[in-house]
Design a binder for this molecule. Sequence first.
Ligand code: NAD
Length: 248
Amino acid sequence: MSKTILVTGGTRGIGKAVALKLAGTFPGSRLFLTHAGPRVEAVDGVLEEIRALGADAEASRWAVQDSAAGEAAIKDILDKTGRLDILVNNAGITRDGLSLRMTEEDFRAVLDVNLWGVFSLSRLAARHMLKERRGRIINVSSVVAFTGNPGQANYAASKAGIIGLTKTMALEFAPRGVTVNAVAPGFVETDMTGKLNDGLRERFLAKIPLGRFGSPADVARAVAFLASDEASYLTGVTIHVNGGLHLA
Ligand code: NAD
């Protein structure tokens, strides 16, 4: 069945894979992708790939931490399609540094995008979903929410915050049939992780029980499951898409 779907940061990396997978899973859907960068050509390429799957897609550039922009984007989606079935809060940033050296600005910036952005957009989307008594919110957390990671106090705190937020909104929205779940990817090969040097990559690989890095498609499959009818009795859960890294 066709859906109206909003994927933040949906133009590259994990978000792009999620958008493509959802377009394939729900034929005839309308996808709204957001991004924060100026990479117009790459964005056009994603939209063409989605349209080739028989879905409609458009992209817009705004920052998820800007609630006024989020409100305008949701209004635009509702004006155009009259519905919003699935929100995937995927956009996220890192600004790594050891705790003693991390600046206040870097700490706050990561919390602003990764946690406030998810909270703000989720409740804006929920206003409509609760009225309709249906909807799926899927948040992209990270394995480091569960394990911690040296140099990522800001990022790990934001991603752990997403887990508490997911459980709380799951409880608040369950009476109206809206589910809120999370995925916790491990090391996924994207632009975000491409910046790491070879030594660090090898050290991460050695820790992953299943012995390989994840792909954006691995994460996208879990998100598509949570968005599907098969997952209608799941809320407040986290799917660990990290090769067992959360156990290591
Ligand atoms: P990426 O950097 O490749 O893509 C991020 C996307 O988010 C881009 O489209 C970017 O434009 C958008 N974005 C960034 N800041 C934004 C903002 N303020 N407002 C709106 N959009 C913004 O990242 P990725 O590796 O694909 O990661 C996607 C998500 O998965 C993130 O939340 C990340 O924390 C999480 N994650 C990634 C990994 C990994 O190994 N790559 C592991 C665990 C979790």
